[in-house]
Design a protein around this ligand. Sequence first.
Ligand code: SF4
Ligand code: SF4
Length: 421
Amino acid sequence: MKKYTPYIILILLLVWHTVLFAQDRFPRPEFESGYVYNTNQMPTQRAPGWEYFDVAVLIAALAITSWLALKKRSRQGLIWMSVFSLAYFGFYRQGCICAVGSVQNVSLALFNQGYSIPLSALLFFLIPLLFALAYGRVFCAGVCPLGAIQELTGFRPVKLPKSVEIILSAVPFIYLALAVLFSSTNSQFIICRYDPFVGIFRLDASYTMIIFGVLLLLAGIFVNRPYCRYLCPYGVLLNVFSRFAGKHLTITPAECTNCRLCEEVCPYNAIIPSNLDQKIEEPEKSRSRFIIYLILVPFFAVGGAYLLYNLAPALASVNTNVQLAKEIRLEKQTGIESISKAVIAFKESGKTETELFTQEEMIIDRFKKASPWAGLFLGISLGVGIIALTLQSRRSEYKPNQGKCYSCGRCFKYCPIKARN
Ligand code: SF4
Ligand code: SF4
């Protein structure tokens, strides 16, 4: 019974939240149909004192989670941390402020002098990365509300074929590149806009977003943490930082005896097995393959940059002003008057078409300058990913893949080795 207590609390939390905020599910009255240009989903404003309180809670939660994962080795403790973070950062703070979305604030601030990033948003971006550098992905283990809601609902892990897993794990890189591109061009905050769980936390998202979130949770019962593994753009950064972690959780509390009891237990395919009993490739062969792939990396990078440069005008369509200019142009070409809210609001605004078209050109130009960098990043990531897949080394123990491991602690109980006192 004790084992199920966190889950009972989770259900109560959901019921309480649904009842308390039920009125938000009904459409709010629309007093005016003014169209707002180029809005970004910024974090909700909070009194500065409370913002720093959130930062303090973040640091405390990360410190406790690190202790639970690395020192105490308590899966139960990590589940309790997930319940807390889901309640506080998820339902109480309604998914905002959030480290995942803060990527966009940082990129907007880097490329737009007119925007000064709130210090709390910057800290939410940096602190989990610093902890990843020190202790691995402890943020994912028990602090991120998006990770927590999936961790608590993932019951029956099913493994996907390796090829599917590899293809899907490329998606977060594309998502990250697009999120940075769209926010740096002051066009959209797609991470917030398409956050599948914020609708559940706030109960004020569109039905499609709520359905997407619920479907993702249902899929997550079998393919655990689907958002973390195949979508999360912040996870790309955590993955990189965690690879260099000074200390990381281990499966065994002492020395691995290669008993293989933990081999299949990680739902995230994050255990690197020992290969003592396997023949590994001759060093010359793997060295020459490594050199070939290394030579290919610049080609991937240039190819990516070229591809995204050519896609820039299409990508710029996410910007509301570019969309509006297209609608106005279409209206002129066809002679059919548009009834969209955006066009009506534009006509009422007194802005001229020339002004709008000039603005459109400027935005497309910004995309043409920024898109190649996004392509370069994707090309290099692809090249490095291929190199990493082909590298082989002698391993004498079973251990977590530091980039992929969410420090969830599920594997602890499978290891028969006891800690040395
Ligand atoms: S702690 Fe890491 S290796 Fe162990 S089950 Fe969790 S994700 Fe897998
Ligand atoms: S980590 Fe533990 S369970 Fe896994 S192979 Fe080593 S000794 Fe066995």
